[in-house]
Design a binder for this molecule. Structure first.
Ligand code: ATP
Length: 361
């Protein structure tokens, strides 16, 4: 377990502006007093009692810290320090100032598949490293793929948010109903054992969106999205994929496979001809193809809108919870574990409430 300092974080770091926020707190820029170096501080409110529905359980924070400590890789957000007070834990992490990869791409005029592949390679390297340590992220989605600096010629990918990540112990099964509907694998929806292959499905979904601006399983409601996932109801509509290479579609098809053991691993992905062409013809096909920018920009604008909507929804819910604190603890074991893709409902469907539970067996 990481050494968690019981000192006051403000004695060591000057707290600056807010950089972002999540379900359990804020991420703020911080400056190390001793060196002047800039970092980010993730402030996580701790759950006060077992029956409380607010804040994150200490053991979840410990898990996130322990996992981040093992993951020292150039494509994964680095952890520097951890402080704990009575009410919160502060993770001091590498400052990632380039914003989200999808926002960076949406600002571009055009993006060739070749350029997209340079980003995919870095994501795969980070994920492959994580998987080699038997750690699965379980929340891979565009919001968690950032750039360290967007003003350099070749921006560097950083994977963030290990709040749902798990170290998988060989011989033990892990099941969870966590994640964001659009990106979760069929085994999550079906409450079957999860593995590192669960992340590879999410990479298939992210690649599909990156190339077309369409989300492969998105339905009009979360229930419909989940149904589309378990029935594998997706296709490459010509209208959205007319600029996409056949190799890119093959790459996605080898990830969106229902049986997790049949999915490509991160290492296999890095050797797929779309990522690593073997012949000149394959390389030429790739460089002639591009991503559907018009549709991608639409997707991204809609995604940002939903994120703001979800944030307002979560704030309203938090206020209501604070007022109605006496409700049962059973229903909501982990607020962070599920985020709806729906925009227009105040009541979460039964399947999603169920999906907040998670367990290891
Ligand atoms: P969630 O609600 O998705 O579980 P969370 O509470 O675990 O979120 P993060 O996803 O880790 O929090 O961070 C929330 C936001 O803060 C991110 O979407 C990102 O915009 C910003 N952020 C996180 N880490 C950093 C960082 N190291 N540098 C800069 N900004 C960051």
């Amino acid at each position: 377990m990481a050494l968690i300092k019981l000192q006051n974080v403000e004695d060591f770091y000057e707290i600056g502006e807010e950089l972002g926020s999540g379900h359990f707190g804020q991420v703020r820029a911080v400056r190390e007093r001793a060196t002047g170096a800039r970092w980010a501080g993730k402030f996580l409110k701790l759950r006060r009692s077992v029956s409380s529905r607010l804040g994150v359980e200490r053991k979840s924070v410990e898990r996130e810290v322990e996992i981040l400590q093992c993951l020292q890789h150039c494509n994964i957000m680095a952890l520097r320090d951890v402080f704990e007070s009575r009410a919160e834990v502060v993770l001091i992490v590498e400052l990632i100032s380039g914003g989200e990869l999808f926002d960076f791409i949406a600002e571009k005029e055009n993006l060739s598949e070749n350029e997209a592949i340079e980003f995919m390679k870095q994501i795969l390297k980070g994920v492959g490293f994580m998987h080699s340590k038997h750690i699965a992220h379980f929340d891979l989605k565009p919001e968690n793929i950032m750039l360290s600096d967007k003003h350099v010629e070749h921006p560097h990918i950083k994977i963030i948010d290990f709040g749902l990540a798990q170290r998988l112990t060989p011989g033990e099964q892990y099941r969870s109903l966590c994640g964001t509907p659009q990106y979760i694998a069929p085994e999550v929806v079906n409450y079957e054992p999860l593995s590192v292959a669960t992340d590879m499905w999410s990479i298939g979904v992210i690649t599909y969106i990156l190339l077309s601006g369409m989300s492969p399983f998105q339905g009009d409601s979360d229930e419909e999205t989940l149904r589309n996932i378990v029935t594998m109801n997706y296709e490459f509509e010509d209208h959205y994929f007319n600029q996409t290479s056949a190799m890119a579609k093959d790459f996605i098809e080898k990830l969106l496979v229902k049986d997790p053991s049949e999915r490509m691993t991160a290492e296999e992905c890095l050797l797929h001809p779309w990522i690593k062409p073997l012949t000149r013809k394959q390389a030429a096909n790739r460089s002639r193809s591009s991503i559907n920018m018009k549709n991608f920009r639409k997707f991204n604008a809609r995604r940002k809108w939903k994120m703001s909507y979800n944030m307002v929804w979560a704030c309203n819910r938090l206020c209501r919870l604070q007022l109605l604190c006496k409700t049962s603890a059973k229903e909501d074991r982990d607020l962070r574990s599920c985020e709806s893709d729906q925009e227009d409902t105040d009541t979460k469907p039964a399947s999603l409430i169920r999906r907040r539970l998670s367990s290891s067996s």
